[in-house]
Ligand binder design. Structure first.
Ligand SMILES: [Zn+2]
Length: 305
């Protein structure tokens, strides 16, 4: 469940997707519960089987009981016991987790993290979300809030973040950051062709830049390299703290594919000062794309006893 839509998948006993559906997300939390119940019923009808358990990946901070405390993309969800409401309406088990956490689970079970035990999944979207697997176990933290890597400060003298602090990682390395870095480069006269193609500096958004990256535009690739440097800085901090063997890059920005991945890999290597003393960390793109959150939620509901 995200800012705009609710996406549902029904997973069969072998873990394969048997059916999928989606709907607009209502604004009111009670209507959201109705919408999810409706999705479950439509999926049951279309697949012709009874759902045993329901999992939801929800943007925001979600505790161990499946209470959504806050959700920047769904402002009406405040202190809402989504898991309990769903379980009572559906009369079966319901689990609710942060959507980056459920996406991580999808990548670990059937995607880029298969066979690995120590992985950071980093979702580069509007902000930056993270899911963490250590020793093969999904990490949720003391309160269910583990993985707020987007608000790790990488430049205390940087611009103010939505969280109130300055220089958070997501200001430099998220989807939204691509537009911001390009506007900054434009003000410094470094990307005249991009300014000419968009019209004016303030109208430059990430979508313009990602479109130009796909065409191999040198100015757009230079800005992407800058984002890769910042992404590599944050990943280096995470690797130093967590000692993961792999980082998996997901989220909307990862749809850019290979140019993004190589910019991040270059940025990451540029921050390494102990090469030769520890095994190389692999940085790969996520396998499941935007559907990872829903798939992982279903797989989690099935997995947890
Ligand atoms: Zn912040």
């Amino acid at each position: 469940m995200g800012g705009t839509n609710i996406r549902g998948v029904l997973v069969d006993p072998s873990g394969q997707v048997a059916g999928s559906d989606a709907c607009r997300r209502p604004a009111d939390p009670v209507d959201m519960v109705d919408a999810i119940v409706g999705l479950v019923e439509r999926l049951e009808t279309s697949v012709g089987s009874v759902v045993a358990a329901v999992g939801v990946g929800c943007a925001g901070t979600v505790d161990h009981q499946g209470v959504v405390h806050t959700s920047p993309n769904i402002p009406t969800l405040i202190e809402f016991p989504l898991a309990a409401e769903l379980a009572s309406r559906l009369r079966r088990r319901a689990v609710v987790e942060n959507d980056a956490t459920t996406a991580t689970w999808a990548e670990m079970q059937t995607g880029a993290g298969r066979g690995l035990t120590d992985v950071a999944f980093v979702a580069l979207g509007t902000g930056i979300g993270m899911g963490l697997v250590l020793g093969g176990e999904l990490q949720r933290g003391a309160n269910g809030f583990a993985g707020e890597a987007g608000h790790m400060v990488v430049d205390a003298a940087g611009p103010e973040c939505v969280c109130g602090r300055h220089g958070c990682w997501e200001i430099y390395a998220s989807g939204r950051a691509l537009g911001r870095l390009t506007r900054q480069a434009a003000r410094e006269g470094r990307v005249p062709a991009i300014v000419a193609s968009v019209g004016d500096i303030d109208s430059i958004e990430s979508e313009h830049v990602s479109g130009l990256v796909a065409e191999g535009h040198p100015e757009a690739l230079a800005v992407l390299d800058e984002l890769g440097w910042w992404a590599g800085l944050g990943l280096t901090n995470l690797v130093n703290v967590l000692d993961v063997s792999a980082a998996i890059i997901g989220g909307g920005l990862s749809q850019m594919g290979e140019p993004l991945l190589s910019a991040i890999q270059r940025g990451f290597v540029g921050h390494q000062h102990d090469i030769g003393h520890r095994p190389a960390v692999s940085i790969e793109l996520a396998t499941h794309g935007p559907g990872a959150g829903a798939l992982g939620a279903a797989l989690l509901a099935r997995h947890d006893p």
